[in-house]
Design a protein around this ligand. Structure first.
Ligand code: PNS
Length: 162
């Protein structure tokens, strides 16, 4: 029996070790996983979509059933046009759960398939893009937050440090 296609949507600006763990775990459950880079209206953009996609691809070495692309507009429409069977998102804490539960309901009402929530690896619960970027800008070691491709990108951009 086919296990179908899952979409992992997010802003991934840039991708963290927590996101990569989620993609790999989704890829162990579904035949195919599509990582979908999208815009979050509530967050200021940092990297362009093309760079975010490239950094995810470079960080996914060896995960064969995962592909990466970007989309604009409504997530529900993008997921429907991909013919996906489920949306998969990670939850680190209570705040994530409340936010994702609302998003899941909204997306379902817009015609998306069900959203499945995977609990974050406890070792990665503190990992977020915003925490990682803040620490990097303050000069801290963020190798526990971001994969090597992202670390290289941040350094090459000469990101300001305090
Ligand atoms: O990684 P994030 O920032 O939590 O991802 C949020 C994202 C990009 C998945 C969400 O903002 C989104 O779905 N954006 C596309 C627009 C949309 O469909 N919004 C519907 C909910 S109001």
């Amino acid at each position: 029996m086919s296990k179908g296609t899952a979409v992992c949507p997010g802003s991934f600006d840039p991708v963290t070790l927590g996101h990569l763990d989620l993609f790999r775990r989704a890829a162990a459950v579904f035949d195919r996983v599509v990582v979908l880079v999208m815009h979050n209206e509530e967050k200021p953009g940092f990297l362009d979509a093309e760079t975010r996609v490239r950094l995810i691809r470079e960080s996914l070495d060896g995960t064969e059933n995962v592909s990466v692309r970007s989309a604009s507009g409504l997530l529900a429409e993008a997921v429907r046009s991909l013919g996906a069977d489920a949306v998969v998102k990670g939850v680190r804490n209570q705040a994530d759960l409340e936010y994702e539960a609302d998003m899941a309901r909204i997306n379902l009402s817009l015609g998306a398939p069900e959203t499945l929530l995977l609990p974050a690896d406890p070792a990665l619960r503190h990992v977020s893009t915003s925490n990682g970027l803040q620490l990097f800008r303050l000069g801290a070691d963020v190798s526990g937050f971001f994969p090597p491709a992202v670390l290289k990108e941040l350094v090459s951009r000469g990101e300001p440090r305090a």
